[in-house]
Design a protein around this ligand. Structure first.
Ligand SMILES: [Zn+2]
Length: 125
């Protein structure tokens, strides 16, 4: 389940420009499956870390904790931004945007070209 959402990019000056974000939606089953996959992967890494002398005192609990964190992150992720493109309103550079993994709007983004902070917002209806 994917949809493309039109968004606006606001800079410090000039008119806001438009962009698109591809959003992947997960239903309940997919969320649970993704969460378990994440947990299994990091707990697998934790088990392998048991065999690393000395470092395992730090690594094993860290990976276990990270796996648990990933599990709840993924369980709560309903919408994931997989791809975002837009034109910077300040310098005009067309680019792929780096977004937070969990989709939300508005959210801050940084232009790759001029490194200015931009605001990604949903267009008002
Ligand atoms: Zn820019």
């Amino acid at each position: 389940m994917e949809r493309v959402q039109g968004v606006l990019l606001r800079g410090y000056h000039g008119a806001p420009t438009s962009g698109t974000v591809t959003i992947r939606e997960f239903n309940r089953d997919e969320r649970v499956r993704r969460a378990l996959a994440g947990l299994g992967k990091w707990w697998g890494v934790a088990i392998v870390s048991v065999f690393i002398p000395v470092a395992h005192f730090v690594l094993v609990p860290s990976f276990l904790a990270y796996g648990g964190w990933q599990f709840f992150q993924r369980l709560g992720t309903v919408e994931l931004a997989t791809d975002a493109h837009g034109t910077c309103p300040d310098c005009g550079a067309e680019q792929a945007l780096d977004l937070a993994a969990r989709w939300r709007a508005p959210q801050p983004v940084t232009c790759r070209q001029c490194h200015r902070g931009l605001q990604l917002v949903l267009p008002s209806p």
